[in-house]
Design a protein around this ligand. Structure first.
Ligand SMILES: [Zn+2]
Length: 370
């Protein structure tokens, strides 16, 4: 993990994870297994070649070509291209179930008690996979993950922001029976909507109609504001002050560019909007001494920051525990600060009240003497 060992303190912290893309947890081993089970041809002759390609990809993302629109097309795959290539092996309900269960098992190992994984249906329906196959698989994992691993989850349906709004709205309508709706109906897989995929020239307000629909259904709303994306601070502004009829989003995923303008920091605090940060994702492109003081500043200013992992298998296999360790080590935080970050995660989560209460109580028993 980039030379950092996970300390026993970080390992033992009860955690919630609020920013994780389920397809970003597809390990090379599961990808290999599903490709063979489904007869999907991978461009690798052996498992070792697939592993090598992951190392190669990770090296690429460390250096430059994260986004072609920013860095120009040098012929190498971008992060999102690699991510969607990984999705090709997910075909049957069992595949989605196994992907969900593998993540929830990993959660249990890292002492993650509750999580809110992002999923979308658009990347799968365009390959001819019915939306119900995707959601029935995840829902089975949601139920069995609680029973088998003691990890609870409420999932987040994402609009893919680089696709037309009309396509996203159609996907939402198709997914709606799997939501936990305000009137108590619905299957209860997801309780929120989010906004994911390539943000280039796709500001949050483009999806206002989707947010309004979700709000009317009693769902929560969150959205990605990627780091150092074009117009990043303007997108954060929209998310805080303009979406949802001016009420603003409830959480922002990333949103580190709030640091660029004081009004954004003030807005986040005044409106109690949480930031789901993923330090390792930024550490791939920002120096330690540049990045971690920014995270520390947001925490010191009183913004509700929590620590998450984003797409761990495409980001050097650094999971939530590794991200927490980085924040702990490089931001100069003490144990009490880390407990605070874990508490923020619980507070800005959409877990049931009794889940929140019992996790907060447990956090209160953690020794914070350094
Ligand atoms: Zn993300």
């Amino acid at each position: 993990m980039n030379g950092l060992e996970i300390s026993p303190f970080i390992q033992a912290l009860p955690k919630v994870e609020l920013h994780i893309h389920i397809e970003g947890t597809l390990t090379p081993a599961l990808r290999w297994k599903l490709a063979h089970r489904n007869g999907v041809k991978l461009p690798y002759a052996t498992f070792e070649e697939l592993l090598d390609s992951c190392k190669h990809l990770n090296n690429i993302s460390v250096t430059y070509n994260h986004r072609k629109e920013v860095n120009s097309d040098d012929g190498r795959p971008t992060f999102l291209e690699a991510y969607f290539a990984g999705c090709q092996v997910l075909i049957t309900e069992d595949d989605f179930y196994e992907l969900g269960m593998a993540y929830l098992e990993r959660c249990a190992e890292m002492n993650v008690r509750y999580c809110e994984p992002f999923f979308d249906t658009q990347a799968h329906t365009e390959r001819g996979i019915p939306a119900r196959t995707v959601m029935d698989g995840y829902m089975r994992a949601q139920r069995e993950g609680t029973k088998k691993y003691g990890v609870r989850s409420n999932w987040i349906f994402c609009f893919l922001r680089d696709r037309p709004l009309s396509e996203g709205l159609a996907a939402y309508h198709a997914a709606r029976p799997w939501a936990g709706l305000a009137d108590g109906t619905g299957k209860g897989l997801f309780h929120a909507v989010g906004l994911a995929a390539n943000e280039f020239e796709k500001p949050p307000l483009l999806f206002e109609e989707g947010f309004q629909l979700a709000k009317k259904d009693g769902l929560h709303v969150t959205m990605h504001c990627d780091v150092d994306q074009k117009d990043a601070a303007d997108h954060v502004y929209e998310a805080i002050f303009e979406v949802c009829g001016g009420k603003g989003t409830e959480r922002i995923d990333h949103g580190l560019n709030a640091i660029d303008r004081l009004e954004l920091i003030t807005g986040l605090k005044d409106r109690g909007i949480g930031l789901t940060l993923c330090p390792h994702a930024y550490h791939r492109r920002q120096a330690t001494e540049v990045l971690f003081p920014k995270i520390k500043k947001l925490i010191d200013k009183g913004v509700k920051v929590c620590i998450n992992s984003d797409d761990p298998t495409y980001m050097h296999d650094v999971w939530i525990d590794g991200n927490m360790q980085k924040a702990y080590t490089y931001s100069g935080l003490n144990k009490a600060d880390m407990v605070k970050l874990a508490r923020n995660g619980i507070e800005v989560s959409w877990a049931e009240e009794e889940v929140k209460k019992s996790l907060l109580k447990e956090l209160g028993t953690i020794s914070v003497e350094d």
